[in-house]
Ligand binder design. Structure first.
Ligand SMILES: [Zn+2]
Length: 486
């Protein structure tokens, strides 16, 4: 089966970089791309003509937490000052003896994957089922949706806790970390390369400050044996940096580098608080180490911006030779918004209009993420690459006149502009709808789960706050008064 897709704009790969074809075409045979160029004059079994559309390689969301994240949605806009804006510790460090994340229903995880796919992400890295969704349920959902998914159960040697007097504490259980690694290895042995190769494994030691050195050394041995990437959170909060400086005398990035954890197949989520960051200011070596290691930073600009935090900076990391790819983290899972905010904040931080351009943002969301996964067959439209494509409708009113379609996309595009999506040459989204399943019931299940979690908020919170107190919504609710009732 040979399919020819013709469009007014196609982003193809030439000399290792994205280039604009206008008009252009892509030929897919079975699951792979066999031709990208201005024209195709030979036979095709199926011809799809898409005027006014932009064809991009499928986007890669390199860091996503699937699930309702009910507590994240309460705490995201505020937090205690002693946590320096680290919202994840507000909900990720429950009161002592209180329940941790989840468990969340399978539907909540499936909903997040559906959202990502509808937004043009054809490959998603789900971070170890950390929100309490069992990775086997995510594998099932990705199979239903036709999405490309990297996942496996995450693990760690310690859990975050909040003590009664409000301090961050670590509840160590090294055996649980070892057992978690063993479980992840067998999960990967069982699922890697299933669903026609669309399901892949990855090792997720959850955070630099919750894993001990022995566990991380074992992780690297397992990664070599299984030939899978390693992905962990590090340098994501000031409190974490202080903790690691106290515990080891080193910043998290330096500690990981000296342990041999930063390698070309390692993905570091966030990596924001390096030693020269103004809120850390204890050295000037971390970014050089990161660049030399050839590890990848999974930058989640939107989730960080919600906490008032930005990478310092998107352009300067890349200029130093650090590979920076993008992820949507907690919510929403909209890679178009992610590219825009990464680029705009990159300019704000550098105080320059001449950095972090739209093509650079697109490269981070495609080629760089694929390289982090060791996948030259993803993130680009070229012969031999997988048939993972996205068609964006640029004819909507909000695009106005289009000169550079990638610049228009980054400036004006939203997830709703993603019209069609193909994975492995198979159409899985048509006319903005999933062809495989109706996600409506998944959203209803997610709402029910979240409402139950919010009702239960006081039990998890160290200060025994309820959902209204945590979210600050109470003072803003409509107040009935006698006057209005008359
Ligand atoms: Zn994360």
């Amino acid at each position: 089966m040979r399919t020819l897709i013709q469009a007014d704009y196609v982003v193809g790969l030439q000399d290792g970089a994205h280039r604009l074809l206008s008009p252009g075409c892509v030929v897919i045979e079975n699951e792979a791309i066999t031709h990208v160029g201005p024209t195709w004059n030979r036979p095709a079994d199926q011809r799809i003509h898409l005027p006014g559309r932009l064809i991009l390689p499928g986007l890669i969301d390199l860091h996503l937490h699937a699930g309702v994240l009910a507590f994240g949605r309460l705490y995201a806009d505020q937090g205690r000052p002693e946590l320096f804006g680290a919202g994840y510790l507000e909900y990720g460090a429950p009161a002592e003896n209180a329940p941790a994340f989840g468990p969340e229903p399978a539907e909540a995880g499936a909903l997040a994957l559906a959202e990502a796919l509808l937004s043009g992400s054809t490959t998603v890295v789900e971070f170890g089922g950390e929100t309490g969704i069992a990775p086997r349920n995510l594998v099932a959902a990705a199979g239903l949706l036709g999405l490309r998914l990297y996942t496996a159960p995450g693990f760690r040697s310690a859990r975050y806790r909040t003590t009664q007097d409000g301090r961050l504490a670590y509840e160590w259980d090294r055996r649980a970390g070892e057992a978690g690694l063993d479980e992840a290895v067998s999960f990967i042995e069982q699922h890697d390369l299933s669903a026609g190769g669309r399901i892949r494994g990855m090792l997720f030691p959850l955070q630099a400050d919750t894993c001990d050195a022995d566990l991380l050394r074992r992780v690297m041995d397992a990664a070599d044996r299984l030939r899978v990437p390693v992905h962990l959170h590090a340098a994501q909060g000031v409190v974490e940096v202080h903790e690691m400086l106290r515990r080891t005398g080193l910043t998290p990035l330096r500690w990981l580098d000296e342990l041999g954890i930063l390698r070309p197949n390692t993905i570091v989520a966030h990596a924001i608080f390096h030693d020269a960051h103004p809120l850390v200011a204890v050295g000037s070596e971390d970014l050089g180490r990161l660049a030399r290691s050839r590890a990848t930073v999974a930058h989640c600009a939107v989730a960080m911006a919600r906490r008032g935090i930005a990478l310092r900076s998107f352009a300067s990391y890349r200029r130093r030779g650090i590979r920076v790819a993008l992820g949507t983290d907690t919510f929403p899972h909209d890679m178009l918004q992610e590219m825009r905010i990464a680029a705009y904040l990159g300019r704000v931080v550098d105080g320059s209009v001449n950095v972090a351009g739209p093509w650079e943002a697109l490269t981070a969301a495609t080629i760089d993420a694929a390289d982090a996964l060791g996948r030259p067959d993803l993130g680009r439209l070229a012969p031999g690459a997988k048939g993972d494509l996205v068609a964006i409708d640029l004819r909507s009113v909000h695009f106005g006149a289009v000169y550079d379609p990638v610049a228009s996309l980054i400036a004006c595009g939203t997830a709703r502009d993603v019209e069609h999506v193909w994975v492995d040459g198979r159409m899985v989204v048509r006319d903005r709808r999933l062809l495989t399943i109706d996600p409506g019931p998944w959203r209803e299940a997610a709402q029910t789960t979240a409402e139950a979690a919010w009702r239960d908020a006081t039990r998890r919170d160290a200060a025994e706050r309820g959902a209204e107190q945590i979210s600050g919504l109470a003072p803003r609710r409509w107040q009935d008064s006698e006057e209005h009732l008359e």
